[in-house]
Design a binder for this molecule. Sequence first.
Ligand code: SF4
Length: 681
Amino acid sequence: TALPRLGHTRTTCGYCGVGCALDVLTSDGEVTAVRPAADGPVNRGHACVKGRFAHGYLRSGDRLTRPLLRRGGRLEPVDWDEALGHIAEGLRAAVAQGGPDAVAAISSARATNEENYLIQKFMRAGIGTNNVDNCSRLCHSPSAAGLTAAFGLSGGTDTFDDVENADCLLVVGANPIEAHPVVGARLLQRVLRGTRLIVADPRAVGLADHADVHLRPRPGTNVALFNGLAHVLLAEGLVDDEFLRRRAAGLAELTALVADYPPGRVAEITGVPAEDLAEAARLYGEAAQPAIVYGLGVTEHLHGTDGVRTLANLAILRGAAGTGRGYGVNPLRGQNNVQGASDMGALPDLLPGYGKVTDPGARGRAERVWGVPLPAHPGLRIPEMFAAARSGALRALWVIGEDVCATDPGSTGVAEALEACPLVVCQELFLSETARRADVVLPAASWLEKDGTFVNFDRRFQRVRPAVPAPGQARDDFAIVHAVAAACGVDLGVPTPAEALAECGRVAPIFAGISHERLEREGALAWPCPDPYGPAEAKLYLDGFATPDGLAHLAARPYLPPGEQPDDTYPLILITGRRWAHYNSGSMTRRSGNIRLDATERLDVHPADARRHAVREGDRVTVESRHGRATMRVRVTEETVPGQVFCAFHFPESHVNALTSGHADTDTSCPEYKVTAVRLR
Ligand code: SF4
């Protein structure tokens, strides 16, 4: 009897943005176990239920294994040549009728850096448009805008190791115990050893049980809360005067603005008791090493970028950034490679490395490397792509690894956009809600089947290696983009992921010191890393911030109300978020053992609201907003407060995003997922 072929592959988790290093054990090409790597730079021997156990989807019977083409209203299996020919013909027709800007691509935070680099290169250098975006538009685009304006670079100010050394943690709008469990556990360990903890979140998220102060602002009032905290810091002299004098700008304007945000007024706006606000400000202000960790509860708002800016104000007032001691302002990324997708320039206004498409210098560098002139006007953001499709201006849309029909807000409008667009191409693992509406569906490889790199939430590049082959005719996104380009007569060069990353370093100097070869040798490399022989864990901003004047910029931003408020017709506010066992639309975790842990969508309702609406635990309710309706079962819990309900978005059949509105961050178009007025039926 032949012995099984055993394998062992070190790779990086493809679920959340923590970036746990995993050892994947295989037998005859099948995954048998996944173990957290003891020397993983962030996880250090730990992993959560998703990374360790949610791999059964790889061999799910409904995995896409052949290209599909819509004929007579039905999707039928075809070979790759026919599918690619149809796509190339459709792209040519779209460009002939509407010019290059009639084509758009939605890239993926589930794809590797190299895949993201390649798709944006094809759109810009091959098609001639900047119409490329990724799902950071829907989650952390306000972080990119806000942190760049405040400090100069689009990433957290510190590594997670630095954050862990803080003596006071301010965790805002994040539920790391469920959404980023390995980080949540590391934070909790610090708190149990004496680190002070302030949690600011409307819900009783896991860490709140251990908080010194739990602030529960009304959804949509973050800017007032942060201005109130700044008010107390300034009023009580809990600021770093020398830092503010030498390294910051905007103090006079901020001081004048936050004079209007005393704790009493902030209490009226936010519902946070004045004494709790003052206590939190003193805890943060008196700490020697305060750190801020935040999530989508800060960004997914009508004024999400203002939320990031006013949160960053607190760190600047305390001189807690750019000191080399860490502790600054650090976003927790939801998807595994949402940082990398943006780093690689899968954005309509930014090239790889965050050079603006409107900047002749940055554009010229890319033009020299790619050998073609590039468009100088920013492209469409994701919501604008859907609007353009509905109006007829967009004639071809390529969606890579995102189920936009299930996860984007106002899903009814998204479906209408796909219906109206003459060519929709979708590459996916499964026949998602989006794939069902596509004209061509391409079978893609998953993160356990591909080669490249991811960037985690603290800017670390780590290697992704194939542990098992993709099934049937499925290909990785890198190969698919090359194949589509070739069908269109475009040679993208860079035949391997290693060559793609090397070329990216020539376009974007902040990545020039990072290569596959160096990652193999050193394990993980954080950007900025411009020098192949320089340090890989550079501390940010020691010699000045990366803003044009080298200063950290305080922002004077007034509180403005969210897009929706409760009223007599829609008396409750719905917040959406994640639960511990599942990931996004559940396409992977629901096809793995995790479904036994958490089998259905639930609406968290406070007992007082349950009594008022005469609903009980387990009842099926219809939730209605001004935009749509969804159906799910009730969970009665004190994790919410009266007047607020909560659900996740892991079960597309519940149609949660039929409820959410078109309100979006005024700076970045990030949807306001966190504030929707609803009623129960
Ligand atoms: Fe780590 Fe996140 Fe993967 Fe869990 S989902 S194993 S916390 S990277």
